[in-house]
Design a protein around this ligand. Structure first.
Ligand SMILES: [Zn+2]
Length: 613
């Protein structure tokens, strides 16, 4: 048997904790009067009307089943869902509360949501105020000239909602208070500052204003630039409940569609670089807020594309920055690329002078690590032993940081050729940098990240594998026969299965799922990542899963039915009841026979691993 199923998962998810702390007999006992019979409880089914109890609860398995008219079952979640007529998330929350488990919030507490909403509104009002001033005020003529000199069209100025803050201590403050915002709210939004004497004044004065937006287009804060030589040249909003500089990407709201369709993003440094790029039709360009790219920014971008190109000033790309990039490559699971700009020019200059030059630069983008090799060796003489040592000392840590084994091996070879020593020699050097080289060089990099660590109790590998296939290959949704939702014993799996059939695509699925399930979904999405299923095997494996799920379901039903039958006989049950139970048993048994027949047929075909489950 393949041991892919035997992944060790240690930490418990909140859902598992709820399950573990929930006594299903107690939960159902609140709705149904249950009597104990053997290891099970029985009662009158709450979902159909009956005189003789055919509703059973199995505390050990945490499940229930109605063998009567409903002929259905599930776990505590599905019972509550059905009984209270609520969705999975609501049932989960209800049971979590009972069990005293706290869950990731479904939505932010309304107070916090309201506060954020209010801050977006204030920022939007400030944006409009600054924007109107730039377009129309007598006092901002100098700024209008500046914008014109930079070659920005009115359309562009409007699209980016550029503005100007007057050379005044409280123009904005007065305006916003006039339209109903309080001083405290303006403080929270970071638009006013409290001076030493307790008086407040506008934070942004006499500056060109760049509204900063999140990916959905909410204005979260501002960047502001002076037009003369005074310092600081740029200031930003402070950290607020809606603004976090390290996760902000300038232009992301306007660039996201192009980043998605072109499957590529270019990160530049300045606001004006972004604006000029967009004006010339390079809409996949964003800026990193004048600082080095951060991990939060990479995580935001990862949802849009894996292909990230950095436009760097030649002087800023130090080894440390490159080392960080290699870390980001590990997050993106893709190579990052770099373009370097001709001596001392900004992207703004390059694009303004010749847009085709920009296009050319992008096409010539080089992988970060290759670029680092060039940069480091450019000033060294590789025939000198001393310089070889320097190059190795700088490049090996970067190579060591590469997680993907084949790429790592590639660059180790490259370095070996460059300094003319054997690879084996470098490998032992590398081993000294990395405490556990075996892991690095193993066939598959094992990431002990949350997604794998979060879900314990690997109890239903077929369900997980089946869902992983279905998520990875959405065309399988059209495959017939599909499993029935009931064939998933696990409520999370059942919920994801039914939601996926209702969702048009992955983003829609994510949006529809309860947040408590999202991490589990990510885990399922990762499940097949590292092993591509051969195209001609996909349907076959799915078919095997479907059959296996059905078999498992029917078998457990049969076992339970036999138990009940034995119990009835033991208790001297009425003949009519026994006959009825027997009759009800015929249908699943027939189905089960059919499943066995199909399984035998499959067994004669060439095997693949899922058949062994
Ligand atoms: Zn029933």
């Amino acid at each position: 048997m393949s041991c892919r199923w035997l992944r060790v998962k240690v930490t418990m998810s909140a859902i598992d904790e709820v399950k573990q702390k929930t006594d299903i007999a107690e939960v159902i006992g609140q709705y149904v009067s249950l009597s104990k019979s053997g290891r099970t409880f029985r009662g009158l089914c709450p979902f159909h009307s009956e005189k003789h109890p055919s509703f059973f609860v199995y505390p050990e398995q945490g499940s229930w089943h109605c063998f009567g008219a409903c002929n259905t079952g599930g776990d505590a979640f599905s019972f509550i869902m059905k009984k209270e007529n609520i969705d999975f998330g609501e049932a989960l929350r209800l049971l979590a509360e009972r069990a005293g488990v706290s869950l990731p919030s479904r939505a932010e507490p309304s107070g916090m949501r309201d506060e954020k909403e209010r801050l977006y509104q204030i920022n939007e009002a400030a944006t409009q105020f600054f924007h109107q001033l730039l377009l129309n005020s007598k006092e901002t003529e100098k700024a209008r000239n500046y914008v014109a000199k930079r070659g920005l069209s009115l359309e562009t100025v409007t699209k980016f909602k550029l503005g100007y803050s007057l050379n005044s201590w409280e123009a904005l403050k007065q305006h916003l208070e006039d339209i109903g915002y309080t001083k405290d709210e303006l403080m929270t939004a970071g638009l006013i500052i409290e001076g030493e004497n307790g008086a407040t004044h506008d934070r942004f004065r006499n500056r060109l204003m760049f509204p900063l937006c999140d990916v959905r287009g909410h204005v979260t804060g501002f960047g502001a630039r002076v037009l003369d030589d005074s310092l600081p040249k740029y200031i930003n909003s402070p950290q607020t409940p809606v603004f976090d500089k390290s996760s902000t990407l300038y232009g992301i709201n306007l660039a996201a569609p192009a980043i998605r369709t072109q499957d590529m993003v270019v990160i530049v440094e300045g606001y004006l670089d972004v604006i000029t790029a967009h004006q010339h039709g390079f809409s996949n360009v964003i800026a990193s807020m004048g600082t080095a790219v951060t991990e939060k920014q990479i995580n935001t971008l990862k949802r849009l594309t894996k292909n990230v190109i950095l436009a760097l000033d030649a002087d800023e790309a130090g080894e440390e920055a490159m080392l960080r990039c290699v870390g980001y490559e590990n997050i993106l699971v893709a190579e990052m690329k770099v373009i370097t700009l001709p001596n001392g020019k900004d992207p703004d200059d390059v694009i303004g002078e010749d847009p085709t030059m920009w296009q050319h630069l992008i096409e010539q983008a080089r992988p970060v690590v290759d670029y680092t090799f060039d940069m480091i060796t450019a000033e060294l003489d590789m025939t000198q032993a001393k310089d070889k040592t320097i190059a190795t000392g700088k490049l090996l840590p970067i190579i060591a940081a590469i997680k993907e084994p084949i790429r790592q091996a590639h660059y180790l070879q490259k370095l070996a050729r460059l300094v003319k020593v054997t690879e084996r020699r470098l490998e032992s050097e590398l081993a000294r940098i990395k405490p556990s080289p075996s892991r690095r060089w193993g066939a598959e990099p094992k990431q002990e990240t949350t997604s794998q660590a979060l879900h314990p109790m690997l109890s239903r590998p077929i369900e997980e594998y089946c869902l992983a296939l279905l998520l990875q290959y959405p065309e399988l949704k059209r495959y017939q026969p599909q499993p029935s939702p009931e064939h998933f014993e696990n409520s999370e799996n059942r919920e994801i299965f039914t939601s996926w059939h209702q969702a048009s695509d992955l983003p829609a699925l994510k949006a529809s799922l309860d947040p408590a399930l999202r991490e589990y979904l990510d885990y399922l999405l990762d499940y097949l990542k590292k092993k591509e299923v051969p195209t001609n095997q996909i349907e076959r494996r799915y078919a095997d899963c479907v059959l296996n799920l059905r078999k498992k379901y029917l078998q457990s039903l049969e076992v339970r039915r036999a138990e009940i039958f034995a119990l009835e006989v033991e208790l001297g049950g009425a003949g009519a009841d026994l006959a009825k139970l027997k009759a009800e048993g015929i249908e699943p048994s027939t189905q089960l026979l059919e499943v066995f027949r199909q399984t035998r047929r499959k067994a004669k075909e060439p095997r693949d691993e899922i058949g062994q489950l």
